[in-house]
Each structure stands twice: as structure tokens, then as C-alpha cells.
Ligand binder design. Structure first.
Ligand SMILES: Nc1ncnc2c1ncn2[C@@H]1O[C@H](COP(=O)(O)OP(=O)(O)OP(=O)(O)O)[C@@H](O)[C@H]1O
Ligand SMILES: [Mg+2]
Length: 1011
């Protein structure tokens, strides 16, 4: 063996996909295939300087001193494997993964986290696929080895590895290109509160040019203003600049920078929901999206990037007008053709790219406009060079185009076919044509319009048609989708449009499928042409057909155990498209609208988009004739979308389904609706009716052979039984649910049944089994990216810990739940968590905290969940908590007990979450010292207290009679002193202070936490 490379090395892991199946298929000849595989791979390794570190069965671990050689080796190896004539005609498909790092030399090999990471990366690939990490990509550098390109598959979470990894697929002639989504734990879950960094920005495939002064200016404005709007005509580079600014300022925002792409949002009413989705916030209360958003963001320090706001500028102004005053540490960077005109907004007019001085020639390479042209021209034509003559023509050309980046890109895309000189002539012709028609428009608008028009005119008739048609997509679209709206065989035209820079090359969406994108300005132009050609209605109808097809297939996946993840991600990727189609259908094709809304309902439910989903489905159902099958299906889903936020509404929708079936032959939908109606009855406290309805639903579902109906019925029968303390019954029902074929029911209800069983088993003392079920459900919830379910599992685990007296473990689980609440804003998680913490505090004999938590539970529940519902028992849970509350009151005496209760009752959800976090972070009996506090002055402590009480900067200023600016500068000083960046951290600090400071929150004297 040669000398092992040291320093940064590139590691290759490979193995055969489905080797067991292959062994089974080939029998005795498997050995032959294995030997051939080894020989082919070893030949490739040795020709590219790879050193074999380990071989086991069909897998290899090989290291390379050069990342480029590793890449070339993989391409050669895959080609060799592909060309080989395998025994029995078998397909031997090898997956390969590359990662680079500096693992430590150890004995004969290497050890370190990077080795594990490399193995995990390889494990995400499919047979025949080569994937590599960001580290390897950077080392390979550009240009890539000849004939090789990379496809960005986005960020992925890997087992046992904390930070998500960005993964690329190697593509080259002769290598298979299309694969299912990577076998990772999924894309990183969008989170608020724990994930600094930049989120939601698509990977860019082209280089960024110039703009250093502009970047610095915008970054500086963002330090001074709460909102900065970058304005300029279409194609000026606003979106691209915002993406770069986001990277630059990311470390100023403890909770990260988040992109909400608004180009695809047509309905102004959906702006808050779109922003919530972009932030990963699921507001499970029935209240308005904007209020929920403000509530969650109030404690966060984020930069929200709102891209392409022009068509929704009033809605954006409304959003920022509410959000900015309510959430003091949130800043907004918007891109728009016009400013939003809200208080605190700074407008930044983006100038064109820097132009060469008049008369400057090839040496004009220093100007950004020429640099951009040269870069894009080299993409279009690898032989393009900027010799003296070309240089001065380019200088004239970019000046003619007014330094508009989009115009420059469109022109450069044609350089191979035309050459620079003729390009300039042709454009000149176009300009004079246009100047005649639109003298009033500013020159820059005209130069872009002329270039776009000119690019369009250069297309063939068929390409123009496809260009117009695909402009109907509000966001990224797949090739198949392009064919649905523009006819089979559109593929060639799409590829040509990419070559002409009229479409952005495909990038993988959240579901792994590659999608094309049309830039905003071009989309607007295409839409104009589409309308002019009278093709809009046809294209919109085709878009709706596409949306129905996607939603129909995805929903079928959502209804099965193992199709859930892929189906939900598919819809995530088509979010803008399906919603635009729904909006169109609501106006033009009510029948399609209803079918589409029903198909989308399970996904809305899974993603916590209850309120928006409800609104859209209710609107669609309004057009349907009452009692028909579609109407009934809509009522069923309306009932489910409100089941956890508004029981009365839910109940009336489900009753509607029951009544519509009166006198008609029953169908599975009826059984399902009755099951959920039983649930609503139980939640309304009508227990006897609930049990009766549940049994009826169960019998019907079994008679009709409907596994989902059966699972729903059993779930609610068990839940109702548990409500009244019949744990044996509850267990029996849930055991029956476990016997249902899990593949025939959705992952979502299966998880809920498992969690319910675990909880019941825990309550009757079958701890080990309960634990097992919980762990199963948790693994499944994580795999599905179902954050809410994950929280429910963790809560159940905390409950089991509590029963078993494992208080430290219980606290650790509660901590995770609070983190998930922070990410999702799902108020039910917080409510359930507070409820559990009453028991936790009582078990630790922390009586004062038990009362405070209970009062906070009641307050948060009232504020977010039941919202004045009639069935709310108010105050809730007195009975349930009678025993611990009595004990606590007895231990404390009336004065302290009242003070503890008042303290909890005054808490906002954010304060309650901070308080719980504090409770579970400190050891009982030892109040966590707050070492930062002594360094704060009395005024500063007062300020921190007000922050913790959920006051905004403006409210604090009013209360203390100082200016908002003073509040901010004092808070900044406190942040610097305590190291607590976020409001949430300051809240925690104040809660600690509240426990030790006399006179705060009604605490008169007592300091000790333990009873
Ligand atoms: N500084 C730059 N370096 C490299 N490419 C750029 C630069 N600025 C803009 N571009 C490219 O120009 C094109 C148009 O830019 P962009 O989409 O950011 O414009 P925009 O002002 O946001 O337009 P719209 O108003 O239509 O949204 C894109 O392809 C972008 O990548
Ligand atoms: Mg833009």
C-alpha cells in the first residue's frame, strides 16, 4: 500500500444496493457477481490513486488525496459497472458517496466524525447514484472535471449527525440521472428559535458579480432600520442582492434569516399564512394567522426576507405594520418594485450594474456589467474570449442594455449563435422599434423590455408557445408539469429556453424532483403574451388539471403508512402551484375547486395549516349542492380541520355528514365521520353519547371493510374511555387498533393510536411496553417530519418518566417539547406541556411552581385554544388537579398561593414557555443562580421584567416615560452584559429574577424554591 494521504482527504464509501435481494436472485452466481464488482471498482480506484481502507462484503471504504480524482474515479467506476455483462442479466447497482475532511490518522487507517459523515452520506444514495458533500464540492472547485456536472439536492438531515448536510448528485454522460429522493431523514426541519443561519434560499448555480458597495449599504441600512425595501425595475437584481445580503448579515440574527417567496402567492389574504409556512410555524389555534405569527415571533430574533412583494404591497404593508411593532427583534428585508410605505421602512433604490467608462474596451473587464456578460457568455459558449475587438463591442452592448443584469444575461445567452457584433446590431434594431412605441417609459425599462421582446422573437413558434404556457406556473415546475400545460413533447422547447436564459436551470425541490423556474419579470412578460394570444383560460384549466393530478396522487400516498413522507414533500414542492390553481378554480370551475380542496385537506391537516385550509375548503364547499358526495367529503374534512381548535364547529360539520346519509346506503365516509363525531362528543363532555357513536362507527367501518374508519373509531373510543378513567377498555380498544393493517391507514392516525396506547399502558403500569410503543411512534414521527406528533410522543415519554419517578428524564423530555413549541408555535403542545408540568412540580413538591404552572395552563388555554368556547370549563382542570392543588395551597398558605396563581395567570404563552424551560432546566431545590443579574442595574432589571411580561419596546417606553430609542439602546446593553440575545432568553432571565427579587410578581418574601 502506498503512503496514506494526510491533511484534507476525500473519502469514498460504496456498496451494492439491495445485495440481499441480489443474492437471493443469483443464488450460486452471486459470488461471481461480487468478484466482478470488486475487480471493476478496484481497477477504477487504482487508476485514480484511491487507497482501499476497508472492504466488507460488497462495500468499500477508499481514500483519495485529490477530490477531483475521487470524482473522476466514481464516474469511471459507474460507467464500468454499467457496461459490464453481469451473470444472469442481473442489475448490479452500486451507490457511492464522497465527503472530504481531515480525519485523524489512526493505526492503519483514519478515524473521526468525518469518516462517519462520509458513510452516512453514501447511505442516502440509490444504486447507480453518486452523491457528494458540500466540502467535497468546494474542494473539487470549478470548472468541474470535463463532462461532469453537479445537481444540488439541498440540505438533508443524517442519522446521528446534528448539522444538516448539503448533498449534490454527480451527473455525467452515461450515468443514470433520475433517482427517487435521497434516503435521508429528510430536509432539515424549518425551525425558529434554534436554527441560526439562512433558510429557504434556493441554491444558486451562477456566480454573483460586483455589487460590493450595494451589499455594504443594504447591510448597513438593516442595522439601522427595522425594514429595508430594495426597489428597482424587474430584472435589476433585487432578489439576487437580497440573497447575498441575507448571507452577509445572518450572524446578527440569533434565530436565523428566513426567505418567504411571495411571487407565487396570488391571494393577498394568504400572505400571513405563506410567511408562517416559510418559517415552519404551525398555528394550531383557530385564530388568525397574523396574530399567531406575531405571537411566535415576539420572542425571536429573525430577519424575514419577503421576496417579490410588488403585487401584494398592501398586504405586505399590513403584515409588517402588525408584525414589526409586536415583535421588536424582527427585521424585514423586502424586494419590490415599489416601497411598502410602512413606518420604520428604509427604501433602497438598487442602481444598475457598474458600466465601463465611455471609450473603454477590453480593459473594461473591471466593470460589473462587462464581468457579468463575460461570465454568462462563457457559459453559453466555452470558447468565448474577450479579445480587444470583442471587448469594446461588449462594452458598448452592456451600456446599451443600461447595466440591467437580466438583459445582459439574455443577450449573453445568444452569443454563441450570433457573435457579439451582430448581437449589438440586432438589439439596436429592436430598441428603435420599441422606442417608437413607448417613449414615456424610463430608459432602463425600455432596454429590458426590448431585450426580453427580442429574445422572445428569436424563439421558434413552438418555443414561444411553450414559453407563454409555462408562464402560468407561479413557482418552480417539473418537466411533466410543463407537458401538462403545453402539450406532450414540450421537453425540447424547455431545454432550449434554459439555454436562452429564459428559464433557470432545474434545481431539486423539497421532494427531490428537479424543477425549472421562470424569473418574475419574464413570467410577467409571458403572462402578457399568454393573455394576448387568448390562451390564458386554457393554460389555467390545464394548470388546474395538473394540480388535481398531483393532489390526487399525493393524497393517495398520504393515506398509506409508508407513502406519507414522499407525498407530503411533493405537495410542499407544489405549494404555490396548487394554491394558484385552487384560486383560479374557485372563480371559474367550482367543481374542480371542490375536488382540489378536498384532495389537499389531508396535507393541510398534517402540516398544521388548519385555519387557511378551513377557509379555502369552506369556500369551495359553498358552491357545492348540499348532501352530494363531494359536499359530504368536504364536511368531513372541515370537521377534522377544526377538531383541535373549535370543537363546536367541528361537531356541526360532522353532524352534517351524518344527516346527509340519513336514509341512504352507508359508505366508508359515514363511518369515518361518525368516528370523529364521537370524538367531538367526548370533547364536549357528552360521554355516553360519545361511546354509543364510537361503537356505531366501529361496527359500520368493519362491516364496510374500511381500515381508516376502524382506526378512527377505535382511537376515539379509547380516548373517550380514558377520559372517564376506564383504562382497561381504553387499552383493549387501542390493542385492536394495533391489529389493523398499518399499511392501509395513514401514518398520522397510526402514530396517534400508538401514542394513545403508550399513554394508557403507562397509566396502568405497563411501563416497559409503553416505553417501547412511545419510542416506535417517536421514530416514525421524526421520520415523517411530523413535529406536532413528535411533541406528543415526547410528552407521553415525560409522563411515563413522571409515573416512574424519573424526574430528570421527565424534565429533559419536557425541554424538547418546549423547543418544538418554539419551532412550530403549536399552542396545543404548550397547553399539554403545562398540564403535565403541574404533576411534575407536585411530584417534586414544588408547590408554588405547581400553582403557577396550573394558572398559566388555564390562561394559555383560554387565550389560544378554546377562545371563549362555550364548552370550556373555566377555570379548566380544577377537578383533575384537585389533589395537588389542595396540597399546594395547604403547604403555602392563602397569601403565597394567591400570589403564585396571579403570577401564572398573567403569563403570555411566550412567558409560560420560558417559565417551563426554566423549571425543567434547574435542579429542584437549587434555584438556578442568575450570575448575570448582579451586573444589571435596578432599571435594567425592570426593563428585563417588562420584556418578560410580553411588553413591546413601545409599550415599555410609554410605561417608563422614555423614548423607544432609549429602550432599545438599554436592551442592547443588557444583551451585551448578559449574553442573552433573544427576547426569549431575556424572559427566562427575568423569570429567574422574579423568583429571587422581592416585590416582583407578588412575591413578598420567600426565595427558596423547594417546599
Ligand atoms: N450581481 C449579480 N451577479 C450575477 N447575476 C445577477 C446579479 N444581479 C442579478 N443577476 C441575475 O439577473 C437576473 C435577474 O435578477 P433578479 O431576479 O434578482 O432581478 P429582480 O430585480 O429580483 O427582478 P424581478 O423584479 O423580476 O423580481 C437573475 O438571473 C440574476 O441571477
Ligand atoms: Mg425578484
Amino acid at each position: 500500500m502506498g503512503e496514506l494521504p494526510t491533511g484534507t482527504i476525500t473519502m469514498l464509501f460504496s456498496d451494492i444496493e439491495g445485495s440481499t435481494a441480489l443474492l437471493r436472485g443469483l443464488g450460486d452466481r452471486y459470488g461471481e457477481a461480487l468478484s466482478a464488482q470488486r475487480a471493476l471498482l478496484r481497477a477504477a480506484f487504482s487508476s485514480f490513486g484511491g487507497q482501499e481502507m476497508g472492504t466488507e462484503g460488497d462495500s468499500f471504504f477508499v481514500v483519495f488525496g485529490s477530490a477531483r480524482d475521487a470524482v473522476r474515479c466514481c464516474v469511471a467506476a459507474q460507467r464500468a459497472l454499467d457496461a459490464h455483462d453481469w451473470p444472469g442479466g442481473a442489475a448490479v447497482r452500486v451507490r457511492m458517496g464522497l465527503h472530504s475532511g481531515e480525519p485523524i490518522r489512526h493505526e492503519e487507517g483514519y478515524i473521526g466524525l468525518d469518516v462517519h459523515r462520509a458513510a452516512r452520506i453514501a447511505a442516502t444514495a440509490h444504486g447507480g447514484q453518486v452523491v457528494l458533500s458540500e466540502a467535497t464540492r468546494l474542494l473539487v472547485g470549478s470548472p468541474l472535471p470535463a463532462g461532469v456536472s453537479l445537481r444540488d439536492l439541498g440540505f438533508h438531515r443524517l442519522k446521528d449527525i446534528e448539522a444538516p448536510e448539503r448533498i449534490y448528485q454527480l451527473t455525467a454522460v452515461g450515468l443514470q440521472e433520475q433517482f427517487p429522493p435521497l434516503k435521508s431523514l429528510g430536509p432539515p426541519v424549518p425551525t425558529v428559535g434554534v436554527t441560526p443561519g439562512v433558510h429557504g434560499f434556493p441554491g444558486v448555480l451562477t456566480s454573483f458579480v460586483g455589487r460590493s458597495a450595494e451589499l455594504a449599504e443594504v447591510a448597513e441600512l438593516l442595522a439601522r432600520y427595522r425594514m429595508v425595501t430594495v426597489t428597482g425595475p424587474g430584472g435589476m437584481g433585487k432578489t439576487r442582492l437580497a440573497g447575498e445580503v441575507a448571507q452577509r448579515v445572518a450572524d446578527r440574527f440569533a434565530d436565523g434569516v428566513w426567505l418567504a417567496e411571495l411571487a407565487g402567492v396570488a391571494d393577498p389574504g394568504l400572505v400571513p399564512a405563506a410567511v408562517a409556512v416559510a418559517l415552519g410555524i404551525q398555528h394550531s389555534g383557530g385564530g388568525p394567522a397574523l396574530a399567531a405569527l406575531a405571537e411566535v415571533l415576539a420572542a425571536r430574533q429573525v430577519l424575514l426576507v419577503l421576496d417579490n412583494c410588488e403585487h401584494l404591497i398592501d398586504a405586505v404593508a399590513g403584515l409588517c405594520g402588525t408584525l414589526l411593532p409586536a415583535a421588536d427583534d424582527v427585521r424585514v428585508l423586502a424586494t419590490s418594485r415599489e416601497p411598502a410605505r410602512v413606518g420604520g421602512e428604509a427604501r433602497y433604490r438598487l442602481p444598475p450594474l457598474g458600466l465601463p467608462e465611455p471609450g473603454q474596451g477590453a480593459e473594461a473587464g473591471g466593470s460589473a456589467a462587462v464581468a457579468l456578460f463575460a461570465d454568462r457568455a462563457r457559459h453559453a459558449d466555452p470558447h468565448f474570449t474577450m479579445s480587444g475587438e470583442t471587448g469594446s463591442a461588449v462594452a458598448r452592448l452592456v451600456s446599451r442594455l443600461d447595466g440591467m443584469p437580466l438583459a445582459i444575461e439574455l443577450a449573453a445567452a445568444r452569443v454563441e449563435a450570433l457573435g457579439v457584433g451582430p448581437l449589438l446590431d440586432r438589439l439596436d434594431g429592436q430598441f428603435s422599434l420599441l422606442a417608437g412605441t413607448d417613449r414615456l417609459a424610463p430608459a432602463r425599462h425600455r432596454s429590458l423590455a426590448a431585450t426580453v421582446e427580442w429574445s422572445y422573437q428569436l424563439l421558434s413558434e413552438e418555443e414561444r408557445r411553450v414559453f407563454r404556457r409555462v408562464s402560468v406556473f407561479p413557482g418552480p415546475f417539473t418537466l411533466e408539469a410543463a407537458e401538462v400545460v403545453s402539450g406532450a413533447g414540450a421537453g425540447a422547447a424547455v431545454l432550449h429556453l434554459v439555454d436562452c436564459s429564459l428559464l433557470v436551470p432545474p434545481r431539486a425541490g423539497p421532494d427531490g424532483r428537479p424543477r425549472y423556474l421562470m424569473l418574475e419579470t419574464l413570467r410577467a412578460y409571458g403572462a402578457g403574451r399568454l393573455a394576448e394570444a387568448g390562451e390564458r383560460p386554457g393554460a389555467a384549466a390545464a394548470l388546474t388539471r395538473h394540480a388535481l393530478q398531483v393532489a390526487g396522487q399525493a393524497t393517495a400516498g398520504l393515506e398509506t403508512g409508508d407513502g406519507e413522507v414522499a407525498a407530503a414533500r411533493w405537495l410542499d414542492a407544489e405549494d404555490a402551484t396548487v394554491h394558484l390553481a385552487l384560486g383560479w378554480a374557485l372563480e371559474h370551475d367550482p367543481d374542480a375547486a371542490l375536488r382540489l380542496a378536498i384532495a389537499l385537506a389531508p396535507w393541510w391537516l398534517l402540516r398544521g395549516r388548519w385555519a387557511t385550509g378551513y377557509r379555502l375548503l369552506a369556500e369551495a364547499a359553498g358552491h357545492a349542492g348540499e348532501d352530494g358526495p363531494q359536499w359530504c367529503a368536504a364536511q368531513f374534512w372541515l370537521g377534522l380541520l377544526t377538531a383541535a381548535s373549535n370543537v363546536t364547529t367541528s361537531f356541526s360539520h360532522l353532524t352534517g355528514v351524518r344527516d346527509a346519509f340519513a336514509g341512504r346506503a352507508p359508505e366508508p365516509l359515514l363511518a369515518r365521520a361518525l368516528a370523529w363525531r364521537a370524538g367531538a362528543l367526548a370533547n364536549l363532555g357528552r360521554m355516553a353519547e360519545a361511546a354509543g357513536e364510537g361503537r356505531h362507527a366501529l361496527a359500520l367501518a368493519r362491516e364496510l371493510g374500511d381500515p381508516p374508519g376502524e382506526a378512527y373509531a377505535l382511537y376515539w373510543l379509547a380516548t373517550a374511555a380514558a377520559y372517564v378513567g376506564s383504562l382497561q377498555d381504553a387499552e383493549a380498544w387501542m390493542r385492536q387498533a394495533q391489529r389493523i393493517d398499518q399499511a392501509a391507514i395513514s401514518g398520522w392516525i397510526a402514530r396517534h393510536c400508538t401514542i394513545a396506547l403508550a399513554r394508557v399502558l403507562g397509566e396502568i403500569g405497563e411501563t416497559a411496553e409503553a416505553q417501547r410503543y412511545c419510542a416506535d411512534a417517536l421514530a416514525l414521527a421524526r421520520q415523517a417530519g411530523a413535529l406536532y406528533d413528535e411533541g406528543e410522543c415526547l410528552l407521553t415519554m415525560a409522563l411515563l418518566d413522571l409515573y416512574a419517578g424519573r424526574l430528570p428524564e421527565a424534565r429533559a423530555h419536557v425541554r424538547e417539547v418546549i423547543e418544538l413549541y418554539g419551532q412550530t408555535g403549536a399552542s396545543l403542545l404548550l397547553i399539554n406541556c403545562l398540564e403535565l408540568c403541574v404533576g411534575l412540580c407536585a411530584a417534586a413538591r414544588r408547590w408554588r411552581e405547581a400553582i403557577t404552572v396550573w394558572a398559566a395552563f388555564a390562561a394559555v388555554r383560554r387565550a389560544t385554544w378554546v377562545q371563549g368556547e362555550s364548552q370550556a370549563d373555566d377555570p379548566p382542570g380544577e377537578d383533575e388537579f384537585r389533589e395537588p392543588l389542595d396540597k399546594a395551597r395547604e403547604a403555602l398558605g392563602p397569601t403565597l398561593a394567591r400570589a403564585a396563581e396571579e403570577r401564572g395567570a398573567a403569563m403570555t404563552p411566550a412567558a409560560a414557555a420560558g417559565y417551563v424551560l426554566l423549571l425543567v432546566t434547574e435542579e429542584p431545590g437549587e434555584p438556578a443562580a442568575a450570575p448575570e443579574l448582579p451586573r444589571l442595574s435596578a432599571r435594567e432589571r425592570e426593563l428585563v421584567t417588562l420584556v418578560a411580561r410580553g411588553r413591546t419596546d413601545a409599550q415599555i417606553a410609554a410605561q417608563l416615560s422614555i423614548s423607544v430609542r432609549t429602550v432599545r439602546s438599554r436592551l442592547d446593553r443588557i444583551r451585551a452584559k448578559t449574553g442573552s440575545q433573544r427576547r426569549a432568553d431575556l424572559t427566562r432571565l427575568a423569570l429567574q429574577a422574579g423568583l429571587v427579587l422581592p416585590g416582583r410578581f407578588g412575591y413578598a418574601t420567600e426565595v427558596s424554591l423547594s417546599a
